[in-house]
Design a protein around this ligand. Structure first.
Ligand code: ADP
Ligand code: MG
Length: 245
């Protein structure tokens, strides 16, 4: 499938370009505010995820939510950061939200080629993975915005890519678009080991969550649990972001 014009302008990442770029967005509490309550909650989620994996086998996990703006991308990165605190763990975060990519924005990295180009066959997997300044944490950005993301995400190539990544990392965390209206997360859930549902308290109607869970399970996805994000915390963070200092 043909990438958009925007994609033609994206370049592959130079080797090690991102290793020295600090992680400093305040939402990424596990790293920037490690003693906060939010950081502790992500460590609890990490412990629960890790405890489901007593044999230490590699795992691919999809993070999704019914709606956009529920905090799944931030949760994905905080969970990844918490997993990296465990000794010897290598984590890859994959931005499979080809509709509204955000991993590079949260990590303050230059936008480069990524998953789209890997799936269209123009970029090798290794060239799409970038190490971050946090030990054990690597990221694959979304790359260009394709015209038909569902076709790419549902392709045989996606399965091959995920299997290859599973060989190289202890955990592959996959960030996805909202699952109520876009099928990409359900398709990924079907080929990953598990799905974590992110639910923003007081924001998402219960029946939307149920409908989303049903559509993920209908394709064979294995829902491991729910990560609740707190509307109050999110609103506070947005307030801070808008403040002039
Ligand atoms: N734990 C958190 N603490 C503070 N702000 C958060 C937290 N999680 C999400 N947010 C804020 O909520 C908004 C949506 O988060 P995001 O993870 O991008 O949502 P999604 O990926 O579900 O669309 C962003 O403005 C983000 O800064
Ligand atoms: Mg997101």
């Amino acid at each position: 499938m043909a990438p958009t014009n925007q994609s033609d302008q994206l370049e592959p990442a130079p080797a090690d370009e991102t290793r020295e770029i600090p992680i400093r967005r305040e939402e990424l509490a596990v790293h920037v505010n490690p003693r906060s309550q939010v950081a502790e909650q992500f460590r609890s989620l990490r412990n629960a995820v890790h405890a489901m994996n007593p044999d230490g086998a590699s795992h691919t996990l999809v993070l999704t939510s019914a709606l956009s703006g529920e905090g799944k991308s931030v949760a994905c990165l905080n969970l990844a950061l918490a997993l990296c605190e465990l000794p010897g763990i290598q984590v890859l975060v994959v931005d499979a939200d080809l509709h509204e990519p955000s991993m590079e924005r949260y990590l303050e990295l230059p936008v480069r080629q990524g998953l789209t180009e890997v799936l269209t066959g123009s970029l090798a997997i290794g060239a799409a993975v970038r190490k971050t300044s946090v030990k054990g944490l690597s990221v694959m950005g979304a790359g260009a915005r394709p015209k038909n993301s569902s076709e790419l995400i549902g392709s045989e190539r996606m399965k091959t890519v995920l299997n290859a990544l599973r060989q190289r990392y202890s955990y592959v965390l996959i960030d996805t678009p909202q699952a109520l209206t876009i099928s990409d997360a359900s398709q990924l859930g079907a080929i990953a080991d598990g799905v974590l549902m992110v639910v923003r308290l007081g924001y998402t109607p219960r029946h939307y969550v149920e409908q989303t869970v049903n559509s993920i399970e209908a394709l064979g996805g294995n829902i491991l649990g729910t990560c609740l994000t707190d509307a109050a915390v999110i609103d506070t963070a947005e307030g801070y972001g808008q403040r002039t200092k």
